[in-house]
Write a protein that binds this ligand. Structure first.
Ligand code: ZN
Length: 243
């Protein structure tokens, strides 16, 4: 599994997309994508909402073309709205995006709503589950590190998988990285570091194996290849055999 990040803009074009699709097929890897960071579907500024819809639609379109299964998206900041109103606004705006998406014949890729680290951002796990419950083809995109940071440096993987249960997902998409502890503020911050114990990976691997969960885990480590291998080794140490 490999991830393409459209962090600032969607840089893959309709011209280059088919080549990527072919290469991934040839190598037997599945792909996921990441929508641009500037998205805020709940902004007070209409132009920002319009641009956000456009960027998500463009990400979905290119993702479908390269054969990506899911687009990780930072959907919104509360922007002064209550969490309830934020969910309502998101539902309406996602419906608009999906109407256009269907018109364009995009039907395989899923919109992944990412769990976010900052209190100002929509996306604690409960909210993400709530949004996904009612909207077809919208799935949670679990950033484990963000959940850890938002809960003040705690994570209970078993509890999290229980919360996802009502969605009856046949596959879970996720990112894994580690955070930095800021000794001055006494808080964990969203600065990606190589594998450390903030949060620990092994308990996650154990829970996945125990529950036989079908999952994608993308490394977001600054040394992503090394840490992908280290995660793979953790699974092997626990007795899992990759085919
Ligand atoms: Zn992200």
């Amino acid at each position: 599994m490999k991830k393409f990040e459209f962090v600032r803009k969607v840089y893959i074009t309709e011209k280059t997309a088919p080549g990527i699709r072919e290469k991934a097929k040839e190598l037997g890897i599945s792909l996921t994508t990441h929508a641009p960071y500037a998205i805020n579907l709940c902004s007070n500024a209409k132009s920002i909402v319009g641009n956000s819809k456009r960027m998500i639609l463009e990400s979905l379109k290119i993702s479908e073309m390269i054969g990506s299964e899911c687009v990780a998206t930072h959907v919104a900041y509360y922007s002064g709205l209550t969490p309830e109103k934020t969910i309502e606004t998101l539902k309406t705006n996602i419906k608009d995006i999906f109407d256009k998406m269907r018109q364009q014949g995009i039907k395989n890729v899923k919109l992944g709503v990412e769990t976010m680290a900052k209190e100002s951002q929509f996306g604690n796990l409960d909210e993400v589950v709530e949004l996904c419950k009612e909207t077809k083809d919208v799935v949670p995109y679990i950033d484990w590190c963000h959940v850890f940071i938002r809960s003040g440096g705690r994570i209970n993987y078993s509890e999290l998988f229980d919360k996802l249960k009502p969605l009856k997902l046949d596959h879970i998409y996720s990112h894994f990285s580690n955070s930095k502890y800021n000794t001055i503020s006494g808080k964990f911050v969203d600065v990606h570091l190589p594998m450390n114990s903030n949060p620990s990976f092994e308990p996650l691997a154990k829970e996945i194996l125990k529950r036989k969960i079908d999952i994608t885990i993308i490394s977001e480590s600054p040394i992503l290849e090394e840490d992908s291998i280290s995660m793979k080794k953790t699974f092997e140490k626990l007795g899992y055999k990759f085919s």
